[in-house]
Ligand binder design. Structure first.
Ligand SMILES: *Cc1c(COP(=O)(O)O)cnc(C)c1O
Length: 514
């Protein structure tokens, strides 16, 4: 072993039980001190993006790897300071832009445990404990979804990848039923493969189709109702009108990213069954409702899906990534199966040494399950459900506040934990967009934005969005946010008005001088 140690850390540089773990504890404690001392106390650092990014780059010095290091403690403290001064604070009560929650401390600690053991999941000898734990957790979540004993599933690096995986398995399964081996022959052997989903389905569905060699044009978008949910009759009609195609899947969304609305799963399941089409439910956002007795009814029918995407790094308060793709029948993983001489040769598999290599597109795979299992054990279903219900209450509170403000217009009512609204004014896009940027730059709040076509208007317009995933936010925080927003809106509107009158004035001058 080399002895050129640069700090007082223990006898080993590795996460060795004993000394190594003491160092991890010390490193985290030192980083925690640095974060506490330096955090900016706002959702994002105040200032414009160019100066904030420049400040970070400057504090790092010119690019280049140092010849000799500064030691573990110093490196961690510096980085902790950097993320505290210039990072995002998801625990701030007015951080409410995206489906990106503050992570639970217990999950973060368990995630460090996952890093320290650095197990993988491809074979028995890459880590038996986490292998069994993943199987246990997948079964537990599949049971919560209402799936039977033959269900399976796998952790993935995010909802986008879970959707890709599900559509790949749907493609291969559908092809196999028609006697086509896509894995060997490619998608050229399929006759016009298509995927049906709602107009407001997540863009990862389109990307998945591109990645699977189907092309984004394979996506057939289906009409939605005024609540942004698939109209079952429109789905039925789209399937009939598609003609001589190979339908690979219907993708239903359970929790649209902007509105939290859920496609009518029982009706869609009936249609899928009637036409013998694979049903995938993208419940990246909405799956967590199953923790709550009050909200779980929204997902009625999810047990009839062939595959489900869920993201516990959204409703689940996990550090990313904590996504899963569940299958109602684990046998359908068959097209992903691989036999690799140095990983899972047949005699090893027979002797019980296999792992989960055959259920993913990955080889080395991080045991994201540890933090999820820690959370499920620590809080149980009821406490997690309570957290979601609290966020739902906050969204309803925000909705009521919007209803009482003449200057604000509610664009979509609350289903889960988001609310979409806009500031009423002449220049909707410019003012609402600037309003959000100003809240960020002032360090006041981080809210979201999107575009919605409102009935009676020709084009989608910029709207504001709150994604409320912090159960520790209070009603008075929500009120503070709207007070500040309304104050800034008047400021932005009057600036815009004077800017446009200046412009009108100078255009007038140009005309005069011409
Ligand atoms: C967030 C989201 C995804 C993508 O998940 P990532 O984990 O961000 O990759 C897919 N579908 C829906 C409905 C989502 O809200």
């Amino acid at each position: 072993m080399t002895e050129d140690r640069v700090s007082a850390w223990g006898a080993s540089r590795f996460a060795r039980p004993g000394t190594g773990w003491a160092d991890i504890g010390r490193g985290l404690a030192e980083a925690a001190e640095s974060v506490t001392a330096h955090h900016h106390g706002a959702p994002l650092p105040a200032g414009d993006p160019v100066s904030v990014l420049a400040a970070v780059t400057e504090s790092l010095g010119g690019p280049g790897i140092p010849d000799s290091g500064i030691g573990e403690s110093e490196a961690l403290s510096r980085l902790a300071r950097l993320v505290a001064e210039y990072g995002l604070d998801l625990t701030h009560p007015l951080t409410a832009a995206h489906l990106q929650p503050a992570p639970l401390s217990v999950a973060v600690a368990a995630d460090a445990l996952a890093s320290a053991t650095n197990a993988s999941l491809d074979t028995y000898d890459s880590g038996p404990a986490t292998l069994a734990l993943e199987t246990w957790t997948v079964r537990s979540l599949a049971r919560m979804a209402g799936f039977g004993e033959q269900a399976g599933g796998v952790f993935s690096p995010g909802g986008s990848i879970s959707n890709l995986l599900a559509l790949m398995i749907a493609r291969d399964h559908t092809a196999a039923r028609r006697g086509i081996d896509v894995r060997h022959d490619g998608v050229g052997a399929l006759r016009r493969p298509v995927v049906f989903c709602s107009r407001v389905a997540h863009f990862s569905v389109h990307r998945a189709c591109a990645a699977l060699g189907l092309g984004e044009s394979a996506v057939i978008p289906v009409e939605v109702d005024s609540h942004h949910r698939i109209v079952p009759e429109a789905l039925e009609a789209a399937i009939r009108q598609a003609g001589d195609v190979t339908p690979l899947a219907i993708v239903a969304t359970a929790g649209t990213t902007d509105f939290g609305t859920v496609d009518p799963l029982p009706e869609i399941a009936d249609i899928a069954e009637r036409h013998e089409i694979w049903l995938h439910v993208d419940a990246a956002y909405g799956f967590g409702t199953l923790f709550s007795d009050r909200l779980s009814g929204l997902l009625t029918g999810v047990d009839r899906a062939d595959s489900v995407t869920l993201d516990l790094h959204k409703v689940g308060w996990q550090p990313a990534a904590a996504s899963l793709m569940l299958l109602s029948d684990a046998n359908r993983f068959v097209s992903l199966n691989r036999s690799v001489a140095y990983l899972n040769p047949d005699d090893d598999v027979e002797a019980g040494y296999s792992g989960l290599l055959g259920q993913t597109l990955q080889t080395t795979r991080r045991p994201d399950v540890l933090k999820v299992a820690a959370t499920l054990m620590a809080y149980g279903r009821r406490e997690l459900g309570g957290m979601l219900e609290r966020c739902n209450d906050l969204a309803v509170y925000a909705e009521q506040r919007v209803a009482t403000e003449l200057q604000l217009e509610l664009i979509a009512p609350v289903t889960l934990t988001t609310i979409v609204f806009r500031y009423r004014c002449a220049d909707l896009d410019a003012v609402n967009g600037e309003l959000r940027r100003r809240l960020i730059a002032d360090g006041k709040a981080l809210i979201g934005r999107t575009q919605v076509r409102v009935p009676g208007e020709d084009e989608p317009r910029t709207c504001l969005k709150l994604t409320l995933l912090n159960p520790e936010t209070s009603e008075s925080d929500i009120d503070d946010l709207f007070d500040e927003l309304l104050r800034l809106a008047i400021e932005v509107e009057s600036e815009n008005a004077s800017a446009s009158s200046d412009q009108a004035h100078s255009e007038e001058m140009v005309r005069v001088s011409e």
